[in-house]
Design a binder for this molecule. Structure first.
Ligand code: ZN
Length: 225
């Protein structure tokens, strides 16, 4: 299904050079919906091709022909893969990691999150993705993969040690201390240049948690026809 897309341009983009678009990188915004206005600000030096709102709205901010600034550069110890040039970035509005505080679970800004939006995954607490939002992400990823010729599979699928009993989300190495490359550099260096598919920011950048272990990868990489 072709998603219903609203275009709100970001000034933050650059040439793809001669890079071929071969991956879709998923993120969460770590905010409550401010990303669209932030990405319109040149001072942000950040952008994404798409932002998917909590109610399932899809906003496109950068033309697919251009490189959006969503994945930065991997650390010095990681392989230089220039992920922005060869990827489409999707930011999903979600607070991400929550902490247990007075009166319930809170975002890093201190805002309370309603109990029905709190989900425990991989031993920590996160804001649940909204169903309408997940449905929009599934449609958007499917449409992008079809129209850009990107295989709709986890980019590191089949990598030894990163699949367990065929369950994809179990293999996702989320928890790296900031500044440490660790497991992610193993992923990044794994014949990355020869592969195409879908991954999370956490898989290609050290110290990133997004889109979090609470994202149902099995719906995104194995679209029901
Ligand atoms: Zn990210």
């Amino acid at each position: 299904m072709i998603p219903d897309i609203k275009f709100i341009p970001s000034p933050n983009h650059s040439s793809r050079g001669d890079a071929e678009v071969r991956m879709v990188v998923l993120h969460y915004t770590a905010d409550g919906g401010g990303a669209v206005s932030w990405f319109q600000n040149p001072a942000a030096r950040a952008s994404s091709h798409f932002v998917v709102t909590r109610n399932g709205g899809v906003v496109q901010m950068v033309d697919l022909e251009r490189s959006a600034w969503h994945a930065g550069q991997p650390g010095r110890r990681a392989v230089d893969i220039k992920p922005n040039r060869s990827s489409v970035g999707i930011e999903i509005v979600n607070w991400g990691l929550l902490s247990r505080g007075r009166g319930g679970f809170r975002t890093y800004t201190g805002a309370l999150v309603p109990p029905d939006e709190v989900v425990k995954s991989a031993g920590r607490y996160w804001q649940r993705y909204a169903e309408a939002q997940l449905a929009a992400v599934v449609d958007l990823v499917g449409w992008l993969c079809d129209s850009l010729g990107i295989p709709q599979r986890f980019i590191f699928e089949g990598q030894p040690g990163f699949m367990r009993e065929g369950v994809l989300y179990d293999v996702v190495p989320y928890y790296l201390p900031a500044g440490r490359v660790g497991t992610n550099s193993r992923l990044a260096s794994w014949r990355f240049k020869d592969n195409a598919g879908i991954c999370g920011h956490c898989h290609i950048a050290a110290g990133k948690d997004d889109p979090g272990p609470h994202l149902p990868w099995e719906r995104i990489v194995c679209r029901e026809k």
